[in-house]
Design a binder for this molecule. Structure first.
Ligand code: ADP
Ligand code: ZN
Ligand code: ZN
Length: 677
């Protein structure tokens, strides 16, 4: 038999397959997905390679060399999974296989690299939307450049050697992209790298080790899931519980059960929630040695080491972000996906898999339960859980807070009215007064501003009107270079309006405010306040998410200004006020899930205020106070939101009543593209 292999090394001429003879002793053992060593080039030096195809005969004229060694073999289930993924997500099987093999090669200078004080990290220089646009119009032509951009988009902060290794490209192409203004390279301190093995070792257990006696609701949920574990049968569960209802405690006890039964467990969390505080509870119960932590900010070498610990069965519990679902676990007893509504579970780069779907597949292969947990479930998950006869997801409810703290008071402020009253600032009178009061009382404030959608849509400041696509009912996106409004779903275009079609005022405009502007305004209005800003700029470039939140907490800064990132993780006992700047902005995302995302974000952000004894207050500023999403968020009423939204989805034939597929055609020539259609 002949194996077609891809050499796992960066070089232009290696971006194709090579034929190798399978030696008789390895015949029937080497499959698609095997990692092997092959002699390569004139020197015959051994190189690492992946088998991507098998065939009887080779067309190669010269002598065919033999595979030297089998390094790693995927299990049958993994190959089946990769095959399924390739079909489901229209991608190369080898790209799927790569996700399952030990990441990276044995990085030689790993020890040295860990001691390095600084490393060069690569980031996108432009907004994702802008880059996507350039890709779509063919401004970025080279396949390698596209590959690098796709990779960096999903792995911001990677190093150049990592890019070279993972995309089969070279430093020179990274530099070209930097010159062309797409990428930037920033020197970063290593110790800011969150949660590598060293950090995990450093975590001091502060949480109490003993487990809680489960409440009645928790007990019911636990028993249902544990039952499936006993039976060794697959079932998907939706654990729907309000914030603080004790979902994590249920996870802990389920994992413990798997552990007692000598089975392993996978817990996926959104990358941003993977903090020392979060891990602390798990380490306290299971110990550091038992747990492997996987996320994209680990260096390739560190990821390699964690992977090895799992393969050697040293670590039996994997806690990680999306790609941790591919960890090489044996005998999986339970898979848990926390905050299952989070969009980070869907990969935005090739292969574009959905970790929730993959988890389901793996749970079925292992005959184990899958638990999807959330306080604001994905509408589709909830819909499927409500279908009595189908029982796609079995619903389990936690309706009470486990530690008796109360939910905060929510107030809505109409920004249109502020404008009428002559207040042109970003802060309404009520929010201004509340911040002033909070500063006097030495309490902390969080101001939340939704970055997405901010710079891309236009809205009438007089009546709240936004231009929506007449076909798809989603907000039209503003393209500044052409001064046109476009629908990102169907491609419908309109000229930019300057007079509001609804109220005929000339106050309709492009939304361009951001966190920086808000910070300036706060500093102007409250010169004594100590502020800290957290957004894409401050987080990826200078400090980690964790570092900013720690400073806010430990240095008792007055005001934290931030985007989505402020929403997750962390407990701030002294935060008593949360202000949402323009809640409508995310209602106008160019996405049919805009209402859903807004509801989720507002519910979570409101949950940041008054977590402990101090009572919390939330002020939501918006242009459409009567909007049902905002009203439901005010009441923290998921059911009511669900009922209205699902009716809309049904009327407009959006998921879960259909599936949406995006098909992209790229070409330099319009005639050619038309032929593809
Ligand atoms: P969630 O994950 O739903 O937000 P947690 O599991 O973090 O909720 O629980 C919230 C708080 O309540 C935590 O401080 C936790 O220690 C506590 N808690 C959870 N379950 C119980 C219980 N059965 N009895 C007492 N306290 C509990
Ligand atoms: Zn449209
Ligand atoms: Zn208007």
């Amino acid at each position: 038999m002949i194996a077609e292999v891809i050499i796992n090394r960066t070089a232009k001429k290696l971006n194709r397959t090579f034929d190798y003879q399978i030696p008789t002793n390895l015949d029937g053992i080497i499959f698609v997905g095997s990692k092997v060593l092959v002699p390569f080039g004139k020197s015959g030096k051994l190189e690492e390679a992946f088998v991507v195809g098998l065939k009887e005969k080779s067309n190669y004229k010269n002598e065919i060399k033999e595979i030297a060694k089998l390094e790693e073999q995927l299990k049958d289930e993994q190959i089946a999974l990769a095959t399924w993924m390739a079909k489901r997500y229209f991608c190369n099987i080898s790209d799927c296989i790569k996700l399952m093999l030990t990441p990276g090669t044995r990085t030689q200078n790993r020890e040295k690299r860990i001691q390095d004080k600084t490393i060069n990290c690569v980031y996108l220089k432009k907004e994702v939307e802008e880059i996507e646009w350039d890709l779509a119009i063919g401004k970025i032509k080279s396949e390698k450049q596209k590959k690098i951009i796709e990779f960096v988009k999903d792995n911001e902060g990677v190093t150049i050697p990592e890019i070279e290794m993972m995309t089969d490209t070279s430093r020179a192409i990274v530099n070209t992209l930097r010159k062309n203004g797409y990428l930037e390279i920033i020197e970063q301190k290593m110790e800011r790298n969150p949660l590598d093995r060293k950090d995990v070792e450093k975590i001091k257990n502060t949480e109490k080790v003993e487990k809680h006696k489960l409440t009645e609701e928790q007990e019911i949920a636990y028993q249902e899931i544990a039952q499936k574990m006993e039976e060794r049968s697959y079932q998907s569960f939706l654990l729907y519980g309000i914030t603080g209802s004790g979902k994590t405690e249920v996870y802990l006890q389920l994992i413990e059960k798997a552990w007692e039964k000598k089975r392993t467990a996978i817990l996926l969390v959104p990358e941003i929630s993977l903090t020392p505080q979060m891990l602390d509870r798990f380490i306290a119960r299971f110990g550091k040695e038992e747990i492997a932590v996987l996320h994209s900010k680990l260096s390739m070498g560190e990821r390699h080491d964690e992977w090895e610990r799992i393969r050697k069965r040293k670590a039996k519990i994997v806690i990680g972000a999306r790609s941790a679902i591919f960890a090489p676990m044996e005998e999986i007893g339970i898979i848990i996906i926390d905050e299952e509504h989070d969009n980070s579970y869907k990969s935005e780069a090739n292969p574009r898999y959905d970790a929730k779907e993959v988890a389901k597949k793996i749970a079925k292969q292992n005959n184990c339960p899958l638990v999807l947990g959330s306080a604001t479930p994905d509408l589709r998950t909830y819909y499927w859980a409500k279908q009595e006869e189908k029982k796609e997801n079995q619903m389990l409810l936690l309706t009470k807070r486990a530690n008796q703290s109360s939910l905060p008071k929510v107030q809505i402020v109409d920004l249109k009215q502020e404008l009428i009253n002559g207040n042109h600032s970003m802060l309404s009178m009520d929010l201004y007064t509340a911040i002033e009061k909070n500063l006097k009382e030495k309490r902390q404030t969080i101001l939340f501003l939704n970055r997405r959608g901010y710079s891309t849509f236009i809205m009438c400041r007089n009546c709240g009107y936004t231009v929506k696509c007449k076909n798809c009912n989603i907000s039209m996106t503003y393209h500044s270079y052409e001064k046109k409004l476009k629908c990102h779903y169907c491609g419908y275009e309109e000229n930019l309006v300057t007079i509001c079609p609804a109220c005929h005022s000339d106050k309709i405009r492009y939304f361009g405010t951001g966190t920086q502007k808000l910070e300036q305004e706060i500093q102007k209005q409250f010169p004594m306040a100590k502020t800290i800003r957290m957004d894409i700029d401050t987080v990826t470039k200078k400090n980690s998410h964790e570092y900013i939140l720690d400073r806010f907490k430990n240095e008792a800064l007055d005001i934290l200004i931030g985007t989505q990132m402020v929403v997750k993780g962390h407990h701030f006992p002294n935060v008593t006020l949360v202000g949402v700047m323009a809640a409508d902005s995310s209602l106008n995302m160019d996405d049919y899930r805009a209402n859903e995302r807004t509801f989720q974000i507002l519910t979570q952000v409101a949950g940041r205020a008054g977590r402990e004894k101090l009572e919390g207050k939330v002020i939501i500023q918006c242009y459409n106070p009567e909007n049902f999403t905002i009203q439901c968020a005010k009441e923290q009423n998921y059911e009511k939101f669900y009922e209205t939204e699902i009716t809309l989805r049904k009327q407009l034939k959006y998921p879960p009543f259909c599936d949406i597929i995006v098909v992209n055609f790229n070409s330099l020539s319009e005639t050619e593209i038309r032929r593809c259609k």
